[in-house]
Design a protein around this ligand. Structure first.
Ligand SMILES: Cc1ncc(COP(=O)(O)O)c(C=O)c1O
Length: 216
């Protein structure tokens, strides 16, 4: 018996992770790889993280920390994040916050929520490989999002999506220090994306992985 015959059709779109393949180069001593974003381990705040664990597990909250929680995540953290988003100009409360294990789980949820097979996701070319990998499982097609302008008309995007049997569902982009280009969108480019999304009546998924890494 081979389990391969039993796999769902979407599994055929799940290729070996390009990111994992890139990271394999790290094991080769003669290669200094710039391909994956691998932080310098000497910069990890090991002491601070150790102290934080000790403070929680050695205190009154240990039981709460180790107990099951609601799927949305730890309420005090969600409240803190809602206040943080407020400072960034995004008015929300803890009901709008959902904690995930890294971005990959969030991107997977978003693909699951929005994409039926054949639906269209708008992405910049190139874009973050991890996002494509997460979305691929939901069998979308991709169309090109030009953040500098020169996009197709909303009608043309819709028509192309319909030819492929679906609808345009969202635009995914990394507006600050994009992976892999390093590109940051100016206000006008952000407005261009928002205008297009408004005309298409689609969601915008902003991957702000690097926004806080601004030094000036
Ligand atoms: C655009 C972008 N989003 C997300 C991630 C990964 O984020 P996380 O470590 O939270 O999974 C990366 C890492 O390379 C990235 O470049």
């Amino acid at each position: 018996m081979t389990l391969l015959n039993l796999l769902a059709s979407r599994s055929s779109r799940m290729k070996a992770s390009e990111i994992r393949e890139l990271l394999k180069l790290l094991d080769q001593p003669d290669i200094i790889s710039f391909a994956g974003g691998i932080p310098d381990p000497s910069l990890f705040p090991a002491q601070a993280i150790g102290d934080a664990y000790q403070a929680v597990l050695g205190g009154k909250e240990a039981g709460t920390a180790l107990q099951y929680q609601v799927s949305e995540g730890y309420l005090p953290l969600r409240k803190w994040l809602a206040a943080y988003m407020g400072k960034l100009g995004v008015q929300c409360d803890e009901g709008n916050i959902f904690i995930t294990s890294g971005s990959q789980q969030a991107l997977d949820y978003l693909g699951k929520l929005f994409l039926s097979p054949g639906d269209t996701a708008l992405v910049t070319w190139p874009t973050y490989l991890g996002a494509l990998q997460a979305f691929n499982a939901y069998e979308p097609r991709y169309d090109r999002l030009n953040t500098a302008g020169g996009n197709m008309t909303p009608e043309a995007y819709r028509a192309a999506a319909a030819v492929n049997g679906g609808k345009v569902k969202f635009a995914y982009l990394v507006p600050d220090f994009a992976n892999p280009t390093g590109n940051t969108l100016d206000v006008k480019q952000r407005e261009t994306v928002l205008d297009l999304a408004g005309e298409l009546d689609i969601a915008v998924i902003e991957d702000a992985a690097y926004r806080a890494l601004r030094y000036d």
